[in-house]
Design a protein around this ligand. Structure first.
Ligand code: SF4
Length: 374
């Protein structure tokens, strides 16, 4: 099989290794570009969400490079993710392509279906081999997440703009080439070392922002117009509510999702609305309680779960005293426009922090009236 799949952050590096170690050929997707999006948008229904369009563009590019099979994770719940695959299949067939399409549903949701599909994908490898393959893939995935977390800490304090991103790219290239567990461990250390070499402003006290929202736009920098890098270079330390390892633990290997956020969302949005809409509600509360300075919600245009979550944001922002910026993203969204909005949001958070610290310096008896005015 010649397999292609969606590009979602650092996932492609791990998927490529998994596929090749199972004895199949990986037609590794490139990071999406404006052309990928334009290609997907040309053949998608007008109101499809941006992850749908980018994935379709990525599949078309992969098929033109010789792929005969598409593998993707299937979503569930009441948003359109559950139908994604069938619509993609219909469009590709209409365009004259007839690839094998394998949608992997979370193993605990459809265990028999999952085993059948993995059996097909693992080709000549034994189930015993597969355990080793998954161990190595997990080691690489964990190292990539670790690298992202360190880059998010360092970027807002870098002395030379862009140095963290360059060090991060060198580090991921080391990990990309590593295959055996010992090589992955070595590459991880070398990659972290690259980031530790970045010269830092030791005095800086960066603002902290939580990035929440739909999974694809959180994880794929092209889809989120590089919001993480942009905020980092504006001096903001970010944390996403989803990393590949946490997603695997909460949403792939469990049927319950991320309970930390879901429990907090209960009083405001007690039912599952698909995608990560319910999580977005709980995540705002979680970041407010952790003392973050603000939250950026990433929402694909027309994404119902995030639209529902967005309707609660003004209330949550007031109740938990945390600024929330929602960025709706579609193929018209440009990086410059988003940067302008992010700059204004950073200014707002800085002013808020100054006000709050001046309130803290006031004598205790006058604090109450001031803080209630913030
Ligand atoms: S969660 Fe939103 S963006 Fe993702 S598939 Fe569902 S509707 Fe589309």
């Amino acid at each position: 099989m010649k397999i292609t799949y969606p590009h979602m952050g650092t996932l492609a590096m791990v998927a490529e290794q998994l596929i090749e170690e199972m004895g199949q050929e990986s037609v590794t997707p490139h990071r999406p570009t404006r052309q990928t999006l334009a290609l997907g948008a040309r053949y998608s229904p007008e109101f499809a969400c941006i992850p749908f369009k980018i994935c379709l563009g990525t599949y078309l590019e992969g098929l033109d490079r010789g792929a005969d099979t598409i593998v993707s994770g299937g979503g569930y719940g009441p948003c359109r993710a559950g139908l994604y695959g069938e619509i993609h299949r219909g469009i590709l067939n209409d365009l004259g392509y007839d690839p094998e399409i394998i949608f992997l549903w979370p193993p605990l949701k459809k265990p028999v279906d999952f085993i059948k599909k993995v059996n097909l994908l693992k080709g000549p490898s034994s189930w015993f081999d597969l355990v080793g393959i998954i161990r190595r893939a997990w080691a690489k995935l964990s190292a990539l997440d670790e690298l992202e977390l360190l880059a998010q800490d360092i970027r807002p304090r870098e002395l030379r703009k862009g140095e963290t991103s360059r060090a991060f790219n060198r580090g991921t290239a080391y990990l990309d080439r590593a295959r055996a567990l010992s090589e992955i461990a070595e590459a991880r250390e070398a990659a972290l070392q690259e980031l530790r070499k970045v010269d830092l402003d030791e005095e800086a006290d960066p603002l902290k922002v939580g990035i929440i929202g739909e999974i694809y736009v959180q994880l794929e920098p092209f889809a989120n117009i590089y919001v993480e890098e942009t905020l980092g270079e504006m001096g903001v330390r970010v944390r996403r509510s989803i990393y590949l390892t946490s997603y695997t633990k909460h949403d792939v290997l469990s049927t319950k999702g991320d309970l930390r956020s879901k429990k907090l969302a209960q009083p405001y949005l007690p039912q599952l609305i698909g995608g990560h809409g319910q999580n977005s509600v709980g995540d705002v509360i979680r970041y407010a309680r952790m003392g973050y300075d603000g939250v950026v919600q990433l929402a694909p245009f027309t994404c119902i779960p995030e639209i529902v979550a967005k309707s609660l944001m003004p209330h949550l922002s007031r109740e938990y005293n945390i600024p929330v910026l929602t960025l709706f993203i579609d193929e018209q969204t440009g990086r410059t426009g988003a940067e302008t909005r992010l700059e204004a949001f950073v200014d707002l958070m800085e002013q808020r922090r100054e006000k709050m610290s001046s309130v803290e310096k006031l004598p205790a008896e006058s604090r109450l009236s001031y803080s209630s005015a913030l």
